[in-house]
Write a protein that binds this ligand. Sequence first.
Ligand code: ZN
Length: 124
Amino acid sequence: MDLGCFQGQIMHEASIIMSILDTVTHQCQKEGYHSISSISLQIGKASGILPDALLFAFDIAKAETIARDAELIIDKVPIGGICSKCNKEFDTDEAFIFECPYCGSDSVKITRGYEMNIIEMEVD
Ligand SMILES: [Zn+2]
């Protein structure tokens, strides 16, 4: 793997993690909690976010925050879409799909797989 590319990717995940930590920290302080034990994220497979890089960045970034003992749980969302011709829903491993696997129509719409949501957080 090209190291420069990897570092560039890590920078991407690091900035995502910083903004997640920012959000959860503010939320906790507002509600009077002092530590976070876990954060659950939903990451779509087409989001371009690498879960491994996210975990790596999280372990570094959490050190000075109230989430320092927190575990990051990542729920990977498969890529899926719907065909506007036959109305069938489908899952795919490709981030870019150009035709319906059922009828071959090119009027397909990707409906999931781009998520990046904080779905749950456990606090003390
Ligand atoms: Zn179709």
